[in-house]
Design a protein around this ligand. Structure first.
Ligand SMILES: [Zn+2]
Length: 224
């Protein structure tokens, strides 16, 4: 039996901030229903890392489990939150929880009611333009290869023995920066590196020897 470590408070706070304390799918802001979701199941990754965590309401969490919200939508929601793009335009004129209402009768002199509606501001810094993380399709494809590598590795070492940090660290060593912070010009190199890593897993080697596909090409992946 594996024991599951509690999600550190600090990490939980980071995720709430990243998602602007609201569900990225429906805009729910009621904290009693908001939950942290592991994009790759915790049972599989055996760790809590910010890039694998999503904030969602209980309702949408269930939809993710039932696949009524697709993996693609989950990844997009995470991507947008990381970009600081989680500013959901609400239907104009409707009050939301950013509305502060102050009312009082001020001794009957003036019946005052002040309603201040603020635009939600994001504390996240947008990714540097020209980096892989600034391009949805490139980032998505690189992430796909990373996930694919972990799937192949899992087949080799068994569920629970895949340490995700290992690949991320080796990318940093190889390229000198986190994969999503690399300049776009390095995208091709990153892709070949990840494909080589997949091909060098036991499953990758086997499939290659039998002439079987190990991953979709970038163009193919775009049309999925
Ligand atoms: Zn929701």
């Amino acid at each position: 039996m594996t024991t599951r470590k509690a999600l550190p408070k600090r990490l939980e706070k980071t995720i709430y901030q990243q998602f602007g304390a609201q569900c990225p799918f429906c805009g729910e802001q009621d904290v009693s229903t908001l939950q942290i979701h592991h994009i790759e199941p915790h049972a599989v990754v055996q760790e809590h890392s910010a890039e694998n965590l999503l904030l969602t309401c209980a309702n949408c969490h269930q939809k993710i489990e039932d696949r009524r919200i697709s993996a693609r939508d989950v990844h997009r929601a995470k991507f947008e939150a990381e970009q600081g793009g989680n500013v959901r335009p609400k239907a104009s004129g409707t009050a939301n929880s950013n509305t502060v209402t102050v009312s009082g009768d001020n001794h009957g002199m003036v019946a005052n009611s002040i309603s201040v509606q603020t635009l939600k501001t994001s504390i996240n810094v947008a990714p540097m333009s020209g980096t892989i993380s600034a391009s949805y399709s490139r980032r998505n494809y690189a992430k796909y290869l990373i996930d694919r590598y972990h799937d192949f590795k899992r087949a080799e070492v068994g569920k629970g023995n895949v340490r995700h940090a290992v690949l991320y660290k080796s990318i940093e060593r190889e390229f000198g920066a986190k994969w999503d912070n690399l300049p776009e010009e390095r995208f091709e190199a990153l892709v070949s590196y990840l494909q080589r890593r997949i091909d060098s897993t036991r499953l990758g080697k086997n499939r290659k020897a039998r002439g079987q596909a190990r991953y979709s090409a970038f163009d193919e992946h775009q049309t999925k």
